[in-house]
Design a binder for this molecule. Structure first.
Ligand code: B12
Length: 367
């Protein structure tokens, strides 16, 4: 959960109206050009970087989630960027909005940027306090295996990592435990260590590559088996490259007897929809970690809902819900799985309900 002490800075902001959001989106190109020009007069900037800023902000405006904005802004300040550059960016966007959207229509947007500019020093203070923003992702833990595994994967020691895994995992229960309390916990720590520049991007990549190899090694031993339950499709949405969480959820479901079709990361929406038409799954699981993929996820969920019966559940999960826990309702998903175990429980409850419905229908036919 996102720590409540950070909420005070932006919580007074009102949601951006749909008309104002539409203007912001329609004017994307000119806003971008003017923001980049403003920044280039003061310092150099990159067009792509400002496009990412636009994508973050338009998603936040769409879902009116200022917890998410607070989390993100503090995250921007901590990820090593020059503080003045961030302040300058806020001013550049304020300038571009004032230049291209009339005063009558721009007040809501300007209020947001004014608050960001006003709180600059507060954001620096929090960023420098070196507190982990997410209460449930604290370092260090008293789980010795996790601490060992973390050091091993950071050092890139593949064989030792596999040895430790083999010692720990010996059935489906220990697989679940290892996934959640060792692998997931280590990867969260790795995110924190990367964000606070204590490890390099290369170390983060190496560690996640080792984790994927280990999961592959565990798959044939503990995941593959008979399919006695329903069908599920899992994927990460288009443009979303964080796939380990979805894969973990897919593995636990499959190890529990579900027929699971895991489509991997950055899934093309058309491909996903075709698979849904072909397999008619009972559950569709979508993973979202990056805030700029929210609108994407919303559109995908709309498209899925149009072609599936109400009995098909769409369940979302992913890192973003750790700091924006209510946003799944705005995406119009049927439920949120906070982790792979939660997903397994939701799926099995759904399976029980489906079986009850079938039994009731069969009794009705006999009568
Ligand atoms: C490994 C990693 C990567 C790898 C991913 C490799 C891979 N093959 O998956 C790579 C290098 C690709 C990557 C890229 C990026 N990353 Co990254 N990454 C991470 C890291 C360290 C671990 C992710 C992970 O696997 N976690 C472990 C899993 C098990 O946890 P989880 O995803 O939360 O999943 C659990 C639940 O959420 C849930 N769940 C998840 N998905 C699903 C799906 C369903 C259907 C269900 C039911 C449940 C469910 O169940 C899971 C198991 O319990 C995180 C740190 C973190 N806190 O997670 C950063 C992190 C997510 N990344 C981050 C960033 C910024 C990026 C990049 C933008 C970096 C860059 N500048 O390029 C890009 C974005 C790429 C993109 N467009 O998606 C930030 C995001 C912050 C933010 N702004 O929101 C984080 C938080 C790091 C940080 N602390 O700053 N990253």
């Amino acid at each position: 959960m996102f720590s409540s002490q950070y909420k005070k800075f932006l919580f007074h902001l009102k949601p951006i109206s749909s008309d104002c959001l539409l203007l912001f989106k329609e004017k994307k190109q000119i806003l971008l050009t003017d923001a980049v020009q403003y920044l280039n007069r003061k310092q150099t900037t990159n067009y792509l970087y400002q496009e990412i800023h636009f994508n973050y902000m338009s998603n936040i405006f769409q879902y009116a989630d200022y917890n998410l904005l607070t989390y993100l802004v503090i995250w921007w300040y901590r990820t090593g960027k020059n503080y003045n550059t961030i302040l300058c960016e806020f001013k550049a966007w304020k300038y571009a909005i004032q230049k291209n959207i009339s005063q009558n229509d721009n007040t809501e947007l300007i209020n947001v940027y004014d608050s960001l500019i006003k709180n600059h020093k507060n954001f620096i203070k929090i960023a420098e306090s070196n507190i982990n923003l997410l209460k449930n992702q604290l370092l260090p833990s008293n789980n010795l295996v996790k601490e060992q595994f973390l050091q091993i994967i950071l050092a890139g020691e593949k064989t030792t990592a596999l040895d430790l895994t083999e010692k720990y995992v010996h059935d489906k229960e220990t697989l679940k435990d290892f996934y959640l309390t060792v692998i997931q916990a280590c990867l969260y720590d790795i995110g924190y260590l990367w964000e606070t520049q204590k490890i390099s991007v290369a170390q983060e990549h190496l560690a996640s590559a080792i984790v994927i190899n280990i999961m592959t090694a565990l798959y044939s031993q503990y995941v593959l088996g008979d399919h006695k339950k329903g069908t599920a499709i899992l994927a990460t949405v288009f443009n979303e490259y964080h796939e380990i969480g979805a894969r973990m959820s897919a593995d636990l479901l499959e190890s529990d007897g579900w027929d699971v079709h895991y489509l991997g990361s950055n899934t093309e929406t058309n491909l996903l929809l075709k698979e849904i038409d072909r397999l008619k799954p009972d559950i569709i699981g979508l993973s979202i970690s990056m805030p700029y993929n929210l609108a994407n996820a919303f559109e995908i969920i709309q498209a899925i809902k149009k072609r599936t019966p109400p009995s098909t559940l769409v369940i979302v999960g992913g890192n973003i819900f750790n700091y924006a826990p209510d946003i799944w309702t705005k995406l119009k998903a049927d439920n949120l799985a906070r982790n792979a175990e939660d997903f397994l429980n939701l799926a099995n409850n759904h399976w029980c309900n489906l079986k009850k419905d079938i039994a009731t229908n069969e009794t009705a036919v006999v009568l």
